[in-house]
Every structure is written in C-alpha cells, then in structure tokens.
Design a protein around this ligand. Structure first.
Ligand SMILES: O=C(O)C1=C[C@@H](OP(=O)(O)O)[C@@H](O)[C@H](O)C1
Ligand SMILES: C=C(OP(=O)(O)O)C(=O)O
Length: 741
C-alpha cells in the first residue's frame, strides 16, 4: 500500500459488487482517513457493507451521499453506466472527480458524449484488471488490486488533475496505474479478457449440453478446470461486455478462428511439424508471460532471496556434463534468427540469460521451436526480416545480450528499446553506444550511459576502423554485427585477445570475418546461411568444478564435452601453472569449436602471478580462481583486471568482502587483488545477486572450517540452472532456502 489518496475528503463507491467493495476494503485496510460511502440498488448489500464496516454511510441512492465525497467511483455494470453518469452530471461539483471500472471504454465514451454533448472533464474512464469469479459485497478482498494493473483511458477533454487524483486512488490500493487510449484498451482487452471468457463459456456450455448427466465434469482433469474457471463469472456482466465491445471482440474472434483452423488442418493431415511449431511457440510465450507479468522469475528474482547453505567439507568424484556455453547460445540464436533457412541448435543453454535472447527474437517475429533438452530450431528471417517488437525488449541480467543486440538493432529499419534488471541497469553501455554512433547509429542511453537504451531505426551505417579501449568480446561482437549492416568494412582492433565465437560462428554461417593481427574485419552487405550448431559445455561453468576438484583431497572428476576454444582457456592455463592436475582427453572439433573431456584430480596448488594476457581469456572464471588461490600455498597476484568491476557486480569487491568474511588474507587493488592461501573458516557471504560470486563461494565450502551461507543466489539460474543438483551429485552438500528479500 502506498498511502491514502491524500486531500480527498471522501470516496463514494456506487455499486457494491466485488470490484466496488474490494476498493472500499483496500482503502479501509490502508488506513484512509476520509469518509467511505457506499451505494447500491440492493438495500441488503448496503446493510452488509455497513455490517462489514466497509463504509461509514450507505444508501440505495447516490444523490444524498454525493456531497460528502470528492472521489466518486462508479462500479456498476457497463450497460447502466452512461445513464448513471448522465443522471449524476448536474450534481457534480467543481472539486469532484468521477471514474468507472467498466471493461469496455469506447461504448461508454460514445454513450456519455451522446447524452451530455461532450465528455466531461471530471470523468476519468478507468478499468482495474482484477477480478474473480466470485461476486457480491461479501467477496470483498482488500488485496484484490495489489500489484494488479489499473488502466485509465483519459480522452482529450479529461482534466489532467482529475487523472492524477484517480491514479493516486488506485495506487493507494497497491495497484500499478497505466494510461492507454480508448481504442487500444478495447482492442487489447478483447483479446486478453473478452475472448478467453467467451471461449470458456462456450466450451462449458457445449460440453454441459452434450452430457446431460454431467459425467464429463466428474472426470474432468486439471486442464479443464483451469481453462474453464472463468466460465463461472457473472453472465449479465459478460453479456453487457460483448454488447458494448462488439467490434473488437469480433476482430479477436476472427483471429482466433484462423488460428484454430490452422491447427485443425494440422491435426487432420497429421502435420506434426506445424503442431509442434504452434504449440511450442505458445508454450514458451506462456512461460514468458509468467516470468514477466506474473513476476515469477526475472522480475521476482530481484525480490526473491535464495540462500545457499554449503556444508563444509565433502568429496568430489564422478563424470558430469555442465550446461551449454552461454556466449555461444546467445550467438546461435542471434545468427540463426538473422540467417536464411532453418538453424538447428544442440546443447543450447536453457539459462535465463540465453532464454531472454531467445524470447526477444520471438518478440521480433522469429519462429523458434524449443528449447527442449538443449534443442532449438530457429526459422531464420534473413538480415532484414525482423519485425518491430510491440514493447521494450527485456534482457534480464545479460550484458552480452544487451551489447550484441545494440549492434544488430542499429542496422534495423525500426526503433527498439532495451531494458534489463537492476544489475544490468547499472552496467556501462557507452562502450557500445559511442563506437556505434561513429558508424552513424542513433543510440540513446539513460544517464551515465546506462540502460535502458533506445536504438533508433532507419539509420544508414558506415564501416569504421575502431581501436577498442578495453579488451571486450561484447564490444567487438556488437560492432561486427552492426558491420553486417554498414557500408564498407568495419575493423575492430582489440588490445588483448578476447573470445572469438562471433567471428567463428559468422564464418560458419557463410559470412566471412577476416583476421589481420589484432584486428577483426567484416564487410557490410553479406548474408547468413543457416546451418547446424552444436554448443559445447560452457568452460565458464566447468570452471567451478575444475577448481572444486583441484582443491579437494582425493578428488577425481571428468567434465564431458567442454569447449576449449583457445580464447577461453585461461582457467586451464592458470590452474596448470598453479600446479593443478588437468588432462584434456579426446580432443576433437565440433562445428568449428574445439572440445575435450577434462579430467581433473587433486594436487597441491601454489600461488602465482596471473599472466596479464590470460586475464581476458579467464575473465568470468577469475572469481572461482580466487578460491583456488585461497587454497594455494603462497600469494596469488592479479592485476589489469579492472573489467571485473563492471560485471553483474563489482566482482573484485564482492570477492574481497567474501574472502575477508572467511578469514582469507587478501589485499584489494583498483585493478586486481593479492590473495594469500591458507586455512579458512565459514560464515555469511553476500553474492550481491551475482551468479559467479554465488557459485565461487559454494566451491569454497569444500575446504572451509565451517559451513558457508551465501545470500542472494537466485541469479545462478542465469547461467547455470542445474548447479545445485550437480554439486550435490558429485559429493558436496548444498541446500537452498527461499525467502523474501
Ligand atoms: O562476448 C561474450 O559472450 C562475453 C564477453 C565477456 O564480457 P566483456 O566483453 O565485457 O569482457 C564475458 O565477461 C561475458 O560473460 C561474455
Ligand atoms: C559477465 C557475464 O555475463 P554478461 O556480461 O553477459 O552479463 C558472466 O556471465 O559472467
């Protein structure tokens, strides 16, 4: 609850059904200090509202109560609304504002205009998107509007201050308020509410008539119950909605019938491919809807606290395959979507970062089947086939997605906005915005070069010759992707070698990228041709297990099918230099990328000065390498790693703070750290919502003197969804506790 509607002397609700009574209940519970008044034709409802102490005074007629209120809410059926507005109009005083709660808006505005000659400035058409199949005053629920949307549809004549006051009323009930045009509201609601209700009514009616003894209901499973719950809603109200929103509902029904007819043909002709394409698109859209709108995943993640309890000690034994490479999974979706033809991906990482990329392309009109057990089929639309998404693209926690998208969207004809979670919103985007502007792109950032980003479409891009100020594969990839849309050649020079998956995958898709010394060069105007992609296991995820085995006496572990691209193997080189026993078995090449099974056994480690050229090659693995350092004899020194400060968290600071809690001796520098190995204890560590910090401290527990509690671990799902089951399988004991942050 965000406080009461300040300065309002009273609220009169006309119509004491579920919606009106719940509004009163919410105001009462929120501590609203003005008068609460209720009116209903049914005197019993008024009496009940008084009994329930929802209202201070009530009546079957609004006129007498009107002077006591400054806000009037008309919570009556849509068919009687215009008549009620017309009846009240002469009595509305200058300081009074009126709103309604009807599910259709055009019909109301037309009818009111017909009766009064124009829309009055004091009338703010509104619609709370909340409800229940229950009805009546006794169904009043003070929490009904909490975290639900209320849509207001002010028209040209509506007073701005009136809108503000109604917004304040709904916010006081915990609702989120948005404004839409009348037409957009009716079209959206026809599809998202009126159509599904009509289908539920129709299905239940059809079945009930067919089965007189209603046996069908006795055997109905959960799916039937879920689909038809809304068929228990108020028939009169829904009849009125269909009468009022006729045109938009008919348009929605036509679209629906086209879709059903397509599925019918597929069922009739046994066309399993079409069925799978439609069903998987729908299934994923539904899950995404859950994650975004029901605040179950990405958004909830920022509020939900998952705490790991890593029991100290344990052994490490076994043979495992960690999930697919995150960098390659992002790129496989991007290039597959922009290619001509169908791209089949195996080994795709079903983590939240790469799923956000996948969903973003669905929103730009690309048909993508899966993922199902790492398999994704992308129906490419070609370099110029993307469509403008309906809203901003939400990229969750993923810096890679945001920076690479910025490059490829700079070349589109339409404008797009990119957003992300709290961590992503803090990350620097000028590093891509500035060079893209040199190419002729228009990229708007929020203050300090942070997200959200708006990338203006329809700009002609020119190739550039660019010296990257930092060793970043994301910046390089962003510019190479933009380079496909630019005139002439785009050259990117890197100060140190960074991962080259973009170059390799572009080449694999038939789009050549030249390499001259430390430069990657691409010519604009080419095309991508679809082909199969096998994504190996992610060496960045494998790193947690490489270190786990390297520090645990008696450990013997094999990690299968790990990508060992030379631009990613810093972790292997550094561990070997520290004295770890690593063997690369069965080295082979899969789809242009080298892979191997890696066997790692315990051996005693020694501290080293980490070679600076290995830093970009181990950039994401450094946090867990700090745990190796804490278990090594002597000091491990890291420098020239300031990039760690602009990842999902300030990883230098986060690791130094956590190591200090465990009692590990370390000194932090602006661009690095010194860590002295030795025995350490346990304690409470904050991962700051950064997946790699959370997983690094989990591994630390293997040699800790006591258990380690790690706070804020939900984001492990961004890169490593099955981390906990896997660590528990190979000999650790780690449990998770969920609570509110
Ligand atoms: O290109 C990529 O896929 C990535 C590049 C690196 O970031 P920078 O380019 O910022 O170094 C890395 O940290 C990130 O996890 C993935
Ligand atoms: C830095 C990382 O990812 P991103 O930059 O894509 O958020 C990471 O996975 O460690």
């Amino acid at each position: 609850m965000t406080g009461e509607p300040a300065g309002e002397r009273g609220v009169l609700v006309v119509g004491l059904g579920l919606i009106g009574a719940s509004l009163l209940a919410a105001l009462r519970e929120g501590g609203y200090r003005g008068r609460l008044l209720g009116c209903d034709q049914d005197s019993a409802s008024v009496a009940t509202a008084l009994d329930m102490q929802l209202i201070d005074a009530g009546s079957t007629e609004p006129q007498g109560l009107l002077p006591e209120a400054s806000l009037i809410v008309l919570a009556v059926p849509v068919m009687v609304l215009p008549e009620l507005v017309a009846r009240l109009a002469p009595a509305i005083a200058a300081d009074q504002v009126v709103t309604d709660v009807g599910s259709t808006k055009a019909a109301l505005c037309e009818a009111v205009t017909r009766r009064l000659g124009r829309m009055p400035a004091w009338l703010v058409p509104g619609h709370p998107i909340a409800g229940s199949e229950r009805s009546g005053v006794t169904a009043a629920n003070a929490g009904l509007y909490r975290r639900h949307r209320v849509i207001l549809t002010p028209v040209a004549q509506t007073a701005t201050d009136a809108v503000r006051r109604i917004e304040q009323l709904w916010r006081a009930c915990g609702a989120e308020v948005e404004c839409l045009t009348v037409e957009r509201h009716d079209a959206v609601l026809a599809r998202t509410s009126h159509l599904p209700h009509l289908l539920a009514f129709s299905l239940v009616d059809g079945l009930a008539r067919r089965d007189e003894r209603l046996d069908i209901f006795r055997y109905a499973a959960g799916g039937f119950r879920d689909f038809t719950r809304i068929a228990g809603s108020d028939p009169v109200m829904w009849r009125d909605i269909y009468l009022a929103n006729r045109e938009a509902v008919l348009a929605a029904l036509d679209e629906f019938e086209t879709g059903v007819a397509r599925l019918r043909r597929a069922v009739e002709s046994g066309d399993g491919d079409t069925m799978l394409a439609v069903l998987s698109r729908a299934s994923h859209a539904r899950h995404y809807f859950d994650t975004l709108l029901n605040q179950k995943s990405y958004q909830a993640m920022e509020q939900r606290n998952i705490r790991y309890q890593a029991v100290h000690g344990g052994s490490i034994q076994g043979r495992i395959r960690v999930p697919g490479d995150k960098s390659m999974s992002h790129r496989a979706i991007m290039l597959g979507a922009l290619a001509e033809g169908v791209t089949e991906v195996e080994g795709f990482l079903e983590g939240e970062d790469s799923l956000a990329t996948l969903q973003a392309f669905r929103e730009m009109g690309v048909a993508i089947e899966g993922p199902h057990q790492g398999r994704v089929i992308i129906h490419g639309v070609g370099l110029h086939g993307l469509q403008q998404p309906a809203g901003a693209l939400y990229l969750g926690n993923s810096g890679t997605a945001m920076r690479l998208f910025t490059g490829l969207l700079a070349g589109q004809s339409f404008t797009t906005t990119l957003t992300g979670d709290a961590s992503l919103t803090r990350r620097p985007m000028d590093r891509v915005a500035q060079p893209l502007r040199l190419m002729g792109a228009r990229v708007d950032t929020a203050e300090g070069g942070r997200p959200p980003l708006t990338i203006q479409g329809g700009q002609a891009l020119q190739g550039i010759d660019y010296d990257m100020p930092m060793a970043s594969a994301q910046v390089k990839s962003c510019l190479l992707l933009a380079g496909m849309y630019a005139e002439g050649s785009t050259r990117v020079r890197e100060p140190a070698t960074t991962r080259d998956h973009t170059e390799r995958m572009l080449t694999g898709f038939g789009y050549p990228v030249r390499r001259e010394g430390n430069q990657a060069i691409i010519e604009g105007g080419g095309r991508l041709t679809a082909g199969p992609i096998d994504v190996p296991a992610d060496i960045s995820s494998a790193a947690f297990f490489l270190v786990a085995a390297a520090i645990t006496p008696g450990a013997d572990l094999v990690l299968e099918h790990v990508g060992i691209n030379p631009t990613r193997i810093g972790v292997i080189n550094i561990l070997q230099q520290m004295g770890a026993e690593l063997e690369l078995l069965d080295q082979r090449e899969v789809g242009g990328e080298p892979v191997a099974d890696i066997r790692v056994r315990y051996s005693s480690l020694k501290g080293i000065d980490i070679p600076v050229d290995q830093v970009p090659l181990a950039i994401d693995e450094l946090p867990v390498l700090f745990i190796a350092a804490a278990n090594a004899e002597g000091v491990t020194r890291l420098r020239e790693a300031a990039e760690l400060r602009v990842k999902e968290s300030d990883r230098l600071q986060a690791m130094a703070d956590g190591l200090a809690v465990l009692g590990v001796d370390c000194t932090l520098y602006e661009d690095g750290i010194d860590i002295t190995g030795g025995a350490y204890g346990g304690g409470w560590v904050d991962s700051l919502g950064d997946h790699r910090i959370a997983m690094a401290f989990t591994v630390a527990a293997l040699r800790a003197g006591e258990d380690i509690l790690i706070e804020d671990c939900a984001n492990v799902a961004t890169s490593f969804p099955d981390f906990l089951p896997l660590v528990n399988r190979i000999g650790m004991t780690v449990t998770e506790q969920t609570g509110d942050a």
